[in-house]
Design a protein around this ligand. Structure first.
Ligand SMILES: *Cc1c(COP(=O)(O)O)cnc(C)c1O
Length: 219
């Protein structure tokens, strides 16, 4: 496990690399959200990251996220669910997570919307796209995405903010670039069909190995 000092150092290093990548392609780093994935890390290390200036965290399991969001409720944090979500857990997800990045089916979208209405809150969602059609991966196929985007437009308490992709594990960071470009192309094709740009402004892509490539491609 890293120490507090490592967290601050590593975070500064990631931010520096993120800014450099943004500048390489003429983007403003302030337009990019860094989601710190805190899965498997305990609340004390998350606190260390908060002290170092990080406010947005990603968890891939609902239960683990619920516990941490509860433990750290004294802090003003934004939690993103990035892992696969079964629709029977939609109700549990809504209180703790402000963003749900892994919406990949109509039943899940409807359950989340119902739960958010019931709780009297609004939530931001991303549609997870499975570009590689890997048997082991979750996500909507390119064809299903349009139906999901249209359904999200009539949701009562969910706000569609964009798309998310988890490409096949890259051997080299450059391996991910074609997948990131495909997600951008999919977003552009949805814009061409008249989907309002503010519904598709966020592209969640890139992990530890390939986030600089992702930033260059519009993450
Ligand atoms: C774990 C995880 C990440 C982050 O992986 P890192 O290598 O820690 O950057 C991103 N997305 C999903 C869906 C994950 O489960």
């Amino acid at each position: 496990m890293p120490r507090d000092a490592d967290i601050a150092y590593n975070l500064a290093d990631v931010r520096r690399r993120l800014e450099a990548a943004a500048h390489r392609v003429g983007r403003n780093p302030a337009d990019i959200t860094l989601v710190a994935v805190s899965k498997t890390f305990g609340p004390e290390l998350i606190r260390a990251a908060v002290v170092a200036g990080q406010r947005v965290f990603g968890e891939n399991r609902v239960q683990e996220g619920l516990v941490k969001a509860g433990t750290l409720a004294d802090l003003d944090l934004t939690w993103h669910l990035i892992g696969h979500l079964q629709s029977n857990k939609a109700r549990k997800t809504i209180p703790a997570f402000q963003w749900i990045e892994s919406v990949d089916s109509l039943p899940l979208l409807q359950k989340l919307d119902g739960a958010a209405v019931e709780a009297g809150v609004r939530r931001s969602i991303l549609i997870q796209v499975d570009l590689a059609l890997e048997a082991t991966k979750h996500g909507a196929s390119g064809d299903e995405v349009l139906a999901l985007v249209s359904a999200a437009a009539s949701a009562a308490a969910l706000e569609l903010r964009g798309l998310m992709v988890v490409p096949p594990l890259p051997e080299h960071p450059e391996d991910s670039r074609p997948w990131f470009r495909q997600l951008v192309a999919l977003r552009d094709s949805l814009l061409a069909r008249g989907i309002p740009p503010e519904r598709l402004s966020e592209l969640s892509m890139g992990m530890s190995q390939d986030f600089e490539v992702a930033v260059e491609e519009g993450a």
